[in-house]
Design a protein around this ligand. Structure first.
Ligand code: ADP
Ligand code: MG
Length: 593
């Protein structure tokens, strides 16, 4: 238990060092301003006690007939002016803090996105990882809140309490001890609370992710049509409510316990408050303190108890309840990345698969089983087979997105495991089966695949058979797409052609087309493949298709079945063989007559 607490404290210190270090490095001027205002807000708020004491002393003198109205009034005005100054400083402090925390969140978000981009794509196939990334984004907000609260306590509140502590001590040391003791139970309570909230965050995150997903299924545009047609709202709503219910219940349980504990702690605090006031009266009647000192302490007590309570019940509470979530941000930043480091540019003369098997995470069945073949630069290879035979999986391994779980993939004789991912992806292009429809302009949709290139995109749009019909694309290639940001929507076939254009645009030595024409009708498809064969003459190309008619353009055809290569050869060779390919071809031949 103690070890765990030390570890957490160490984690908190690391978090503070990391975030303040980052803030100091990226925005030093703003950090300095933030720091100065924190200190001034603390010291000035406390400093007011001297003005109070002096004012009450002057009033006492006036009542005893020893002072003048002018002196008392002057002292009162000085106190009021100082108070106004404190208010202004505190308002500015809040403003700076708010602004600075946004800036810091921006810096942290950048690290998070960069990390997400470096993570091995296979990790995204793991359900738990989705929890991780979701928790990391929540954790980012939490981490900023933790660090800002800690800095506020560490700088502003400590400055305030040091000042007040010295003042109390100078009046009566016993007052300080009494005040300190009444807070002891609160400190212990805050430690217990930290454990409760960390546990709750870990338990409840999967339910949050689920109910947010079902909410999306009910409310968002992409799901709307299907959901309405199936009349699935009721069913989805039930799933949404069940998960939200469990989530709320888990949170409620923790919050309830935490609030009950707080109630008990407040009782201790109140006893301390009453105790301090009794002591104060005692000293006054004994003549041990002046009326001014009595009034200054008495009128500052409320503020001190409020602030102390703010620190322990709100700020430390905020730190402890957010700390568990904040750690998830760091857990994500520390996730394993791919180990390959080699950075020399690949020539891609030859690609070899040696006894390659592959299983998805959390799956006991191999999606690929003992796959062997060698492809030389310039070859066009078709991969065919029924749904679920492993075609898309094979392309992901060919691109290096996933690494084999068994066996080796070699490029120019070198294992792809040794290569840095960015080197591996360089020179590869693809049209994915589940291509994306980016809510951007036509031009951006294409240029996204190769930021370095500045070539005109008209030519590539033509190759992909994507005509910019007049009337629809009012701004030509600058026409905004997708309804989300006020653009126009495209048909499935048009989006797919755009995905093809995007794949062709990227500079490449090797290209993978995974069923790139599924949403395009067969006649137009033939046209696209014909143009494609021409473009990719000197490049290595893999075309995945379930329409065997299109496979004819390939130099070689790989036939897959249940994760294995069952046949390999040219169209004519495979037809002569009278095997799986022949069978599939015959089954589809009636479409092409
Ligand atoms: P194809 O592209 O030929 O239709 P896939 O490569 O998509 O086939 O799928 C091959 C096998 O791997 C199937 O059994 C499929 O269920 C499984 N599979 C595909 N994607 C995943 C995934 N993300 N997680 C687990 N299994 C998967
Ligand atoms: Mg597929």
């Amino acid at each position: 238990m103690e070890k765990k607490a030390t570890k957490k404290l160490y984690g908190l210190i690391q978090m503070i060092c990391h975030i303040t270090g980052l803030a100091l490095k990226k925005s030093p001027g703003m950090f300095l301003l933030f720091f100065l205002f924190l200190i001034s807000a603390g010291v000035c708020t406390a400093g007011n006690v001297f003005f109070k004491q002096s004012f009450f002393n002057k009033v006492e003198l006036l009542l005893q007939g020893k002072g003048t109205i002018g002196l008392a009034l002057g002292s009162g005005i000085a106190m009021a002016l100082f108070l106004i100054g404190v208010l202004v400083i505190r308002a500015l402090n809040d403003l700076i803090q708010e602004n600075f925390s946004m800036v810091v969140k921006g810096h942290l978000g950048k690290s998070l996105n960069e990390k997400a981009a470096r993570i091995d794509p296979i990790v995204y196939e793991n359900n738990q990882f989705l929890d991780h990334i979701n928790k990391a984004y929540v954790g980012l907000e939490a981490a900023v809140s933790v660090v800002f609260s800690t800095l506020e306590i560490g700088i502003q509140e400590i400055a305030y309490f040091l000042f007040m502590g010295c003042y109390f001590f100078s009046i009566k040391p016993a007052l300080l001890i009494m005040f300190g003791l009444s807070f002891l139970p609160t400190i212990i309570g805050s430690i217990i609370r930290r454990h409760m909230y960390a546990k709750m965050e870990n338990l409840s995150a999967p339910y949050r992710r689920k109910y947010e997903y079902f909410e999306k299924c009910i409310c968002t545009r992409e799901y709307a049509k299907e959901t309405r047609l199936w009349k699935a709202e009721g069913y989805l709503k039930k799933l949404y409510q069940d998960n939200l219910g469990t989530y709320t219940k888990l949170r409620w349980k923790t919050t309830k316990h935490s609030e009950l504990m707080e109630l008990a702690l407040r009782f201790f605090l109140l006893s301390g408050y009453v105790g301090t006031i009794i002591m104060l009266f005692y000293y006054l009647f004994q003549g041990e303190i002046s009326i001014g000192a009595f009034a200054a302490v008495f009128s500052s007590l409320d503020q001190m108890f409020d602030r102390m309570e703010g620190v322990f019940n709100y700020q430390i509470g905020n730190i402890t309840s957010n700390f568990g979530a904040a750690q998830n941000y760091y857990a994500f930043l520390n996730l394993k990345e791919r180990e390959g480091k080699q950075k020399e540019r690949l020539k891609r003369e030859r690609l070899e698969l040696k006894e390659v098997s592959f299983a998805y995470p959390n799956s006991t069945k191999n999606a690929l089983e003992n796959v062997n073949f060698t492809i030389d630069k310039g070859e066009t290879v078709a991969i065919v087979g029924v749904n679920g035979s492993g075609k898309s999986t094979l392309t992901r391994l060919l691109m290096g997105l996933y690494l084999p779980t068994k066996g080796k993939i070699l490029i120019d004789g070198k294992d792809i495991k040794e290569m840095a991912p960015e080197t591996l992806y360089q020179g590869i292009s693809a049209v994915f089966q589940k291509y994306q429809c980016y809510k951007m302009t036509v031009a951006e949709n294409v240029q996204l695949s190769d930021a370095q290139k500045t070539e005109d995109i008209k030519e590539v749009l033509e190759k992909a058979d994507f005509p910019l019909e007049n009337g629809k694309f009012i701004d030509g290639t600058e026409t905004m797409l997708g309804k989300d940001f006020g653009g126009i929507d495209l048909s499935g076939g048009q989006w797919q052609r755009l995905a093809i254009a995007r794949g062709l645009y990227r500079a490449h030595d090797m290209i993978v087309l995974d069923e790139p024409t599924a949403a395009i009708d067969p006649l137009e498809e033939a046209n696209i493949y014909y143009k494609f064969a021409e473009i990719s003459k000197d490049k290595t190309a893999f075309i995945v298709t379930h329409r065997l008619g299109s496979a004819k353009i390939a130099d070689r055809i790989i036939v897959m079945d249940a994760g294995r290569i069952v046949e390999m050869g040219t169209h004519n060779e495979l037809m002569d063989k009278n095997g799986k390919y022949y069978e599939l071809y015959q089954a589809q031949a009636k479409w092409y007559r």
